[in-house]
Design a protein around this ligand. Sequence first.
Ligand SMILES: Cc1cc2nc3c(=O)[nH]c(=O)nc-3n(C[C@H](O)[C@H](O)[C@H](O)COP(=O)(O)OP(=O)(O)OC[C@H]3O[C@@H](n4cnc5c(N)ncnc54)[C@H](O)[C@@H]3O)c2cc1C
Length: 420
Amino acid sequence: MHVLVLGAGITGVTTAWYLRRAGFDVSVVDRQPEAGLETSYANGGQISVSHPEPWANPAAPFIALRWLGRSDGPLLFRPRRELAQWRWALAFLRECLPARSRRNTEAIANLAVYSAAQLRSLREELGLGYEFLGHGILHLFFSEREFGKAAERVALLARHGIRARLCSRAEMLALEPALAAMAPGLAGGIHAPDDESGDAFRFTQALAQKCQEAGVRFYYGTRIDRLAHTGGLIDGIEVRDSAGRSGLLSAGAYVVCLGSYSARLVAPLGERLPIYPVKGYSITVPVADPAHAPSVSLTDESARIVCSRLGNRLRIAGTAELAGFDTSVDAQRGQNILRWLDQRLPGAAHAERAVLWAGLRPATPGNVPIIGKSECVNLWYNTGHGTLGWTLACGSAAALAGLMSGAPPPVRFPFRRPRR
Ligand SMILES: Cc1cc2nc3c(=O)[nH]c(=O)nc-3n(C[C@H](O)[C@H](O)[C@H](O)COP(=O)(O)OP(=O)(O)OC[C@H]3O[C@@H](n4cnc5c(N)ncnc54)[C@H](O)[C@@H]3O)c2cc1C
């Protein structure tokens, strides 16, 4: 069967790969001239299995209130006269209830463990080059109060089979000597040795190349305007190329991997996907002094900032802004990340050569992606991966390809099924 994958971000490209391997004839459509040029372009680089807890947790409303209205805060809500934004914000609050948060954590943890294993075998099989590092992730706590809850987190991870251990300041320094400048302020940390880091964009591009070699067709520079349908059957996608020529592309089945834009495309079918963009920023800086630039990936739990070594560059990312589909880069938000670099890793990188970037996380209120079948007989979803699209990409795609082939779900996860 011929399958059209809509979107060539990391989710679309991994979907294309696993579908092709399962024997489908696959084409991919994207408005950009290459793969991975939107949200998958410059993310934090972490394969963070050790962070399955969604932002929507019982403490989140209080944290959000603390940062409300502060333009330098890691969380920013820019209210708009837009029903989708308010609906999403209310649904987010609902997902903060303890039982829902626990259920979401469990679903994400199951998928993340499976996904990391899929990524490992894909890397070994294809030898993809993407600045991979396997030194784990070190979660940093700068307050005794936050570190006080770290043992509970390690226990939760252990229940999901995720290895992690508490570290004293000395143990953290032994693991990553580049923490020396920030060490006096550290209360402690958690080290998750099986976590990884790498450049999601390079991975996406390298895998797109492998897809092409395996016979997958890519229609780049092709905007999808509408899904043409008759009742519950998709007849094709109405597209427009960069020269303005329109046409209809048809296949036996369609998979929506359009990131933050997924909900808009399927809304006319009466399908409501709870996906809203949550904007984030990153800076990419050339390493100045390798001894001061960490190679263990870092998560600053207080500032909500992550840092990954990508070859001779550092990628530092963070902040969450509920501000619609605006992808403009606000220099002030970038300054917050640059200040973090200056304070925490002085001398490590050439801050004056930092490249600032902003992207839209395709977020569901509980951070659980939407994977599975829609109400239409030949329409499938693999979208809404929020803060963890790189971590969950291979597992989500492998699982979807299995479901489309009629295999049972590979992990306990709320895969989407039609209601009727
Ligand atoms: C600052 C930041 C830091 C992050 N850090 C991490 C991290 O460390 N680890 C992690 O796991 N995740 C991280 N993420 C999340 C991760 O980057 C995303 O979840 C992931 O990139 C989403 O991939 P996607 O393929 O679903 O979306 P995208 O990469 O946005 O791909 C969607 C594609 O659809 C195409 N498209 C959309 N609309 C149309 C249309 N109408 N017609 C044709 N094409 C269309 C776009 O061109 C795009 O290529 C981070 C995100 C941000 C913003």
